[in-house]
Design a protein around this ligand. Structure first.
Ligand code: CTP
Length: 446
């Protein structure tokens, strides 16, 4: 019996796939089809896959062509599979010509002509075209432009900059010189990265114009404004997504799951630190943009609220100011007391510290080295260091690509579970409000 093996993602199964499977089967007597796992696709940069692994497997099964279906989970697995199943022929479409010649050492390799004029990429792009733009001046808008090019169906139309000179030169070509309301006419969805004190205004206009909104955190500077944005989004049937890149990082998400699965026992303490020093030229930045609490607070608060919840018993905030800068906190420390746990958040734009995260539990602790918010690596550490475990998950474009895919999918299906819950968005805005109103706040000179 001649055994043939082939691999693919088989997203939105189309006649190109079926042609390939039929011809692969015709090369022998028994066909094994390897369907790529979601994580493996993401690792190799296929971030857009629309259907889940189970749906894709079901589609391949329904063709009735495959004799056996397996899941491809890791780089190098093809060699293992060929040896394990005693495969005689490995085959894929001609778009891979040459790539798998190294398998000739193990079996025969055949590249079959690809069917012209059809691909999953094309089908995904045709499903729904989203004209996507940005409002604001933050330098990281460039990374969102880059990321949006990788999302099938997303078409980046331009940036409505709100300041004259701050946008990085490399992307000046994207700047659209129109007032915000006119700019909004050209988009279906918008990423807002304007100065934080303009967030509410810009998001309100966008939602009133029925545009979906992906917005840098905090969504607003008071609880009531934040709640109003969620009401506006609901009333206008729009998606409102809070953008904290860390929430979309694979390592961070896996870490949360391990915590929930009790790997470190009961969590008793969460400590996060996020700091960065601003370059000397601050002339273009408003007082709001210089505040440590606005800039780093949401990121540093995220794991505290995601792990311990928002129902803390008390909090105390200590904000440190330099003598000559009355309005902007150079360093802020927030301590939370929960019924059965504590948390500490340190943020700074005028003070530098180790940007690590430590989550302490009754059985062990999780250590995430600096910069934890761009985490690719973390460790679970136990009393007996032989039991320690290390985890590594690659992070592309700081999590932005996957954030954009999630946003796009949510707009398309409106069923996605947001990575950051509404309750947490409201609490983050609430902390900003309490800070500004001096609630639970002690100020010190540093
Ligand atoms: N294939 C083919 N003809 C096409 C599309 C795909 O022969 N028009 C083959 C590929 O060469 C591969 C298999 O089908 O051997 C599975 O390909 P997959 O990557 O899942 O499909 P694509 O449509 O190429 O997906 P994408 O656009 O995401 O790359």
């Amino acid at each position: 019996m001649i055994k043939v093996i082939t691999y693919g993602t088989y997203d939105l199964l189309h006649y190109g796939h079926i042609n390939l499977l039929k011809r692969a089967k015709a090369l022998g007597d028994y066909l094994i089809v390897g369907v790529t796992a979601d994580d493996f696709d993401r690792e190799r940069g296929k971030i857009n896959v629309q259907q889940s692994l189970m749906e894709r497997i079901e589609n391949v099964r329904a063709t009735g062509i495959a004799d056996k279906i397996i899941v491809e989970e890791y780089e190098g697995q093809k060699i293992d599979d060929i040896e394990r199943y005693g495969v005689d022929i490995f085959t894929v479409g001609s778009d891979w010509k040459g790539v798998f010649d190294y398998l000739k050492e193990y079996c025969k390799v055949v590249y079959l002509d690809r069917t012209e004029g059809i691909s999953s990429t094309q089908l995904r792009s045709e499903r729904q075209l989203m004209n996507f733009g940005a409002i604001g001046d933050a330098p990281y808008i460039c990374k969102f432009i880059k990321g949006s090019r990788l999302v099938d169906g997303m078409n980046f139309v331009g940036v409505c900059a709100t300041k004259a000179n701050s946008f990085p030169k490399c992307d000046r070509e994207f700047i659209v010189k129109k007032p915000v309301p006119q700019f909004l006419e050209s988009v279906d969805a918008v990423y807002i990265a304007s100065p934080v004190d303009k967030h509410f205004e810009h998001a309100s206009v966008a939602l009133a114009n029925k545009k979906h909104v992906l917005m840098e955190s905090p969504l607003a500077l008071t609880r009531s404004e934040c709640a109003k944005l969620f009401e506006d989004a609901k009333a206008n049937d729009c998606v409102l997504f809070e953008s904290i890149k860390t929430a979309y990082s694979m390592a961070y998400n896996r870490l949360l799951l391990l915590v929930k699965a009790g790997k470190i026992g009961k969590v008793v303490s969460v400590e996060t630190t996020c700091t960065s020093l601003i370059s000397d030229d601050k002339s273009d930045l408003s007082a709001a943009e210089l505040k440590s609490i606005y800039d780093w607070g949401p990121t540093a608060l995220l794991p505290v609220f995601q792990i311990l919840g928002t129902d803390y018993v008390s909090k105390s905030i200590v904000a440190g100011y330099f003598d000559n800068e009355q309005k902007t906190d150079a360093f802020t420390n927030i301590r939370f007391v929960y019924k059965d746990a504590v948390a500490s958040v340190k943020v700074g734009k005028g003070v530098k510290s180790e940007g690590e995260m430590i989550i302490s539990g009754t059985k062990g602790y999780i250590y995430v080295p600096a910069p934890w918010w761009k985490t690719e690596y973390f460790e679970i550490r136990y009393e007996d260091s032989n039991d320690n475990k290390r985890f590594f998950y690659q992070l592309d474009n700081e999590g932005i690509n996957y954030e954009l895919v999630s946003f796009y999918k949510d707009v398309e299906t409106k069923t996605a579970v947001p990575h950051i819950s509404k309750e947490i968005s409201l609490e983050i805005a609430g902390i900003m409000e309490d800070f500004d109103n001096g609630v639970d706040l002690t100020e010190i000179k540093i």
